[in-house]
Design a protein around this ligand. Structure first.
Ligand SMILES: *Cc1c(COP(=O)(O)O)cnc(C)c1O
Length: 395
């Protein structure tokens, strides 16, 4: 008996345990001080009413013999897949029902894709980036090489001439909130087509884009149907982090050495996965309906407005920042030459704000810091002023 040695390649994650420990120590020392948590990467507003109604109706259906449902279709019920398809169609992107696979979220799908690729394929992972991309690649045995986000490239790195087979792209990005332009995504698609690489495009934050010139889907880019898979989620766009609903779009044209990846993914999913719960598929259908979208977009606008408040507070302070305009995240340089954890301590002590040290998102995040708009509006507004004062004082 031997364990998977690839797990030894993983670095221990100190990010959230470190934050938790420091916050607990602060609370013990200052029991009367109220902290503002701008480090949350989770939604906080409750589900929209059309979504909750759909859940109730589906629960009632499950209680009656004539409407009870057992195993559903492996890719998801047609009504839910059509709802995803229609969402794409509204933006002029044509995807077919049979190209859509429903799941319990983006993270499971991302991890699942590792089953399809040989271990020698080089994974190119954005740094700073969502730590999941690197970790799932390491677990699957892939060599992992960073694609470097920097202040100079606006944390939107393009192809850098190095080899890569599996390319992770996330736009709008976590933690940086930066959004790729059409031209920048075109460069990645051209690279992938030339090299025969596969792009795994994480569209978890597409709902936060309000600038209509920015692409919301990789499939808005010509040629992407031959080199990319798109992974979507209702977690941040409809508050489904606890309910769990995501999907992967695998275009029929996507092939690797003559094998259709869509067929391989179907085989993988029907072997290892038995589908999204029926009530959750009904909830997703409701979230993607006209009434559902209107309600969910109010929550998205609320979070984005919070992020904009934070972004505005940093204006004129001289520190670099990005995000916040089409994203719930603001990514800022730490002032006064502080490293990520020094600024974490400084902001906690001086402004009673809890953020997330950029170093937790990869070596390229050192010296940077992530703030999120997922908190309460009033608390965020008050914290924004304290943030500004603290940054100016750190000079
Ligand atoms: C939150 C988030 C997701 C969503 O993951 P789920 O498993 O669908 O909840 C995906 N990608 C990134 C980068 C995220 O931050």
């Amino acid at each position: 008996m031997e364990l998977n040695r690839n797990f030894q390649r993983l670095a221990p994650s100190y990010l959230f345990s470190g934050v938790g420990r420091k916050v607990a120590a602060f609370a013990e020392k200052h029991p009367d001080v109220e902290l503002t948590r701008l480090g949350i990467g989770d939604v906080t507003l409750p589900l929209a009413s059309p979504v909750v109604q759909a859940l109730h109706r589906a629960a009632d259906e499950m209680a009656r013999p004539e409407t009870f449902r057992g195993y559903g279709p492996e890719q998801g019920y047609p009504f839910a897949r059509r709802a995803v398809r229609d969402q794409y169609a509204r933006r002029g992107v044509l995807v077919e029902e049979e190209e859509i696979f429903l799941s319990d979220g983006a993270k499971s799908d991302l991890g699942g894709w590792m089953d399809l690729f040989g271990p020698d394929n080089v994974a190119r992972v954005p740094d700073p980036g969502y730590p999941v991309y690197g970790d799932i690649s390491l677990m699957a045995g892939h060599p992992v090489r960073f694609v470097q986000g920097t202040r100079e490239n606006g944390f939107l790195p393009g192809p850098d001439g190095q080899d890569g087979d599996i390319i992770y792209l996330c736009s709008p990005g976590n933690p940086t909130g930066a959004v790729y332009t059409r031209a920048q995504l075109t460069a990645w698609v051209e690279y992938a087509l030339e090299r025969g690489a596969v792009i795994l495009f994480d569209a978890a934050y597409e709902a936060f884009i309000r600038d209509d010139t920015l692409p919301r889907s990789i499939f808005e880019i010509e040629g992407a149907r031959r080199c990319a898979v798109e992974i979507g989620s209702l977690s941040k766009s409809a508050g489904f982090t606890g309910l769990r609903f995501g999907y992967t779009v695998v275009p029929r044209q996507l092939e690797c050495r003559g094998v259709r990846l869509r067929d391989l993914w179907l085989r993988r999913q029907s072997t290892k996965y038995n589908g999204v719960p029926y009530p959750v598929q009904r909830a997703a259908q409701a979230a993607l309906s006209d009434a559902g979208r209107a309600a969910c977009m109010q929550a998205v606008a609320y979070y984005r407005a919070n992020a904009q408040t934070l972004r505005r507070a940093l204006k004129g302070t001289g520190v670099f920042c990005c995000g916040g305009e089409n994203s719930p995240y603001v990514w800022m340089q730490c002032p006064g030459g502080m490293d990520s954890w020094q600024f974490f301590d400084y902001l906690l002590e001086r402004a009673r704000i809890v953020g997330t040290p950029g170093a937790g998102f990869g070596p390229g995040g050192e010296g940077y810091f992530r703030l999120t708009g997922f908190g309460d509006k009033e608390a965020t507004c008050a914290a924004a002023q304290r943030l500004r004062d603290a940054v100016l004082a750190a000079g």
